[in-house]
Design a protein around this ligand. Structure first.
Ligand code: NAD
Length: 274
């Protein structure tokens, strides 16, 4: 078979810049450690001090950047520092015990979509992105009316539109699951347009991972330990175990993978009824 036709050729000639957003803690920090190398690596987080700590620990080519992905101007400013996108990993997110539903939608889905939109002009042949979703996005399937709403994350007032189909927008558990469904669907939709430009995009759905977020959920939600016990491997994952997969997916070794999700969940989803 010949090479697939490209609709257009991206002419970016600048050196690729790698970016991890949410890199001040947990899996984002582990991803930064895993992919740091010869290229410029922007280590971004809403907390600048945390981003600095990660950047300092990963080496000379890493630069800390303050970026809250709910802030349109901060996202635009981050994009100006990326003339050509190499690897992009977005781990920034809020879990159900970290805020009200509206804030969770705004970070996990709207912010994610906004960041991808802002970086669109920097996509080039070889760009590879991983967006962090969750096992929460795998269950249960979305009714059509709700799917249509989460499929339009940048239209105004996502929580208000969900309220119009009977979802309580302030409910953190619903917001977490729906926002992560939205990430899975967003990545799947972007697979083809990115692929036409020689770029790849995937999602990772972690299971329960031993990070500050994972430990907080375990401490405050009774259903977490039974979920760990039910999973095939019967334990939490580590940030490095997930980061290794993100590093692989954004490397040339994964050059035929795009537009899909990769479960890194210790077999939790496989433990559930089919
Ligand atoms: N830990 C788990 O068990 C688990 C399970 C499934 C999915 N996930 C997902 O994996 C991702 C990473 O989780 P983690 O466990 O490493 O979390 P974490 O809380 O340890 O780290 C998340 C980082 O994102 C940053 N962040 C939050 N909101 C931001 C914003 N608006 N702009 C920029 N940065 C922001 C935080 O400051 C923090 O440094 C999240 O998207 C989470 O939903 C985690």
């Amino acid at each position: 078979m010949g090479q697939p036709a490209r609709l257009h050729v991206v002419s970016a000639t600048a050196d690729p810049v790698d970016v991890v957003v949410g890199a001040g803690s947990g899996m984002g920090a582990a991803v930064a450690r895993a992919i740091a190398g010869d290229r410029t690596l922007l280590v971004a987080d809403r907390h600048l001090l945390a981003a600095h700590a990660t950047a300092t620990s990963v080496g000379d080519n890493a630069r800390a950047v303050q970026c809250d992905i709910t802030d349109v101007d901060a996202v635009a400013e981050l994009a100006t520092q990326v003339p050509r996108l190499g690897r992009l990993v977005i781990t920034a997110g809020l879990s159900p015990t970290m805020g009200e539903g509206q804030a969770i939608y705004e970070v996990n889905l709207v912010g994610m979509a906004r960041l991808l939109d802002a970086l669109d002009g920097a996509l080039a042949d070889g760009t590879a992105a991983v967006c962090f979703a969750s096992i929460a996005g795998h269950m249960p399937p979305l009714p059509e009316a709700i799917a249509a709403i989460v499929d339009d994350p940048l239209a105004p007032d996502l929580p208000g539109r969900l309220a119009s189909v009977g979802i309580d927008p302030s409910d953190p558990g619903a917001a977490y699951g729906l926002s992560k469904h939205g990430v899975l669907r967003l990545v799947r939709r972007l697979g083809v347009p990115w692929g036409r430009r020689g770029a790849r995009i995937l999602s990772i759905s972690p299971g329960i991972i031993d990070t500050p977020m994972g430990r907080q959920e375990l401490a405050h939600q009774d259903q977490m330990q039974p979920m760990i016990d039910a999973s095939a491997l019967g334990r939490m994952g580590t940030d490095d175990e997930v980061a290794a997969v993100a590093a692989f997916l954004t490397s040339p070794a994964a050059s035929f993978m795009t537009g899909c999700d990769v479960l890194v969940d210790g077999g939790f989803v496989s433990s559930q009824p089919q």
